[in-house]
Design a binder for this molecule. Structure first.
Ligand code: NAP
Length: 314
């Protein structure tokens, strides 16, 4: 394996990575996907997806499964659960070091996505997995007939608050402003859901409990009034931050760490592309991630054709 040079290594097996793999494979590139976790990416943790063209409503993990199955029709090597430790994206032959592998390639597509931001308040780390969760799909069923709080005002917070009403008897939706940035259609559903109580203009400032989460303190941003709410679980959905630390010194990023590309998904380094949530982009959706992947897959093939060094598959 150490001597093999792939045409393209894709870092991250979410929708963006899988889409780029499909386009690379159809372009006859010898490619591989490496992922710290299972192949599938963040949609695996989405309750339902309603805005992916062609599917009125589909569970996140089902859509991910369909993406992976599609790629499995081609000869793409997959290395799931391979923690990427170090990369060299500057040399003409790029190197990816995982815990037990050294992989080499002529092009690299970065699709390592983003992770949930933390509230960074007292009790958040202490009660992680003891009432603090960042995944309603994974943990929602533990809250049957209980009271939970969801924090945030974007699509994720509102969609997952609705999902949690399937289990919980009450869901507090706590947002720091009185306007949501989620899609209007989701906002309307929130207003009509009797199990959801809105707590607006408020920040959660502390999570308290003994063995598990028992209550939270909120502070009203207008009156500074502090309130205590009894809850059994809290789900912060306050946005995302890019998984780009590995590339800090090599690949140009904006001030938040999102990778800057041109319209062909090319980064500031030849043969290196970035796609999906990790990219500086005005819209982060599954459908835009998949579109980025298609462009990068085709561009990687074009770049290799210009180099005239593409390995020929038997
Ligand atoms: P988001 O759209 O960035 O919204 C984050 C929310 O959290 C905002 O309402 C923000 O408040 C609030 N917030 C941020 N920092 C906070 C803090 N420290 N304390 C309290 N509240 C805080 O994030 P998201 O909903 O997680 O979505 C992330 C991306 O994924 C978005 O681009 C979204 O469109 C996308 N997404 C896509 C799908 C799909 O494709 N089906 C589904 C879900 C999400 P303010 O409004 O006051 O800034």
């Amino acid at each position: 394996m150490a001597d093999k040079i792939f045409d393209c290594i894709i870092l991250g097996g979410g929708p963006a990575g899988l889409s780029s793999a499909l386009y690379c494979a159809r372009g006859n590139l010898d490619c591989a996907i490496v992922d710290n976790n299972a192949i599938g990416g963040t949609p695996v943790n989405y309750s339902e997806v309603e805005n992916y063209l062609g599917f009125d409503k589909i569970k996140g993990f089902e859509l991910s499964e369909k993406f992976e199955q599609h790629v499995d029709n081609f000869n793409v090597e997959k290395f799931p659960y391979e923690e990427i430790m170090k990369v060299d994206l500057i040399s003409p032959i790029k190197t990816i070091e995982t815990q037990d592998k050294i992989l080499k390639a002529r092009t690299v597509i970065i699709a390592t996505g983003a992770r949930n931001k933390k509230l960074n308040i007292k009790g958040e780390d202490e009660f992680y997995a003891k009432g603090v969760s960042y995944c309603a799909v994974c943990d929602g069923a533990f809250y049957k007939d209980k009271i939970v709080a969801v924090v945030g005002g974007g699509n994720s917070a509102l969609e997952e608050a609705i999902y949690l009403t399937r289990f919980a008897k009450k869901v507090y939706l706590i947002h720091r402003r009185d306007e949501f940035r989620a899609d209007k259609i989701v906002q309307d559903r929130i207003k009509h859901n009797k199990k959801i109580e809105l707590i607006l203009n408020s920040n959660v400032i502390e999570i308290l409990g003994k063995e598990r989460v028992e209550k939270i303190k909120t502070e009203n941003t207008k009156t500074n009034k502090i309130k205590e709410l009894k809850i059994d679980g809290i789900f912060p959905y306050i946005g995302i931050e890019p998984n780009s630390e590995l590339f800090n010194s090599q690949i140009e990023q904006d001030s938040f760490g999102f990778i800057i590309t041109d319209e062909t998904m090319k980064t500031n380094k030849d043969g290196v592309y970035a796609i999906g949530d990790i990219r500086k982009t005005p819209l982060r959706q599954i459908i835009t991630a998949v579109s980025d992947g298609a462009i990068a897959g085709v561009e990687a093939a074009r770049y290799l054709m210009n180099l005239k060094t593409t390995t020929v598959r038997k």
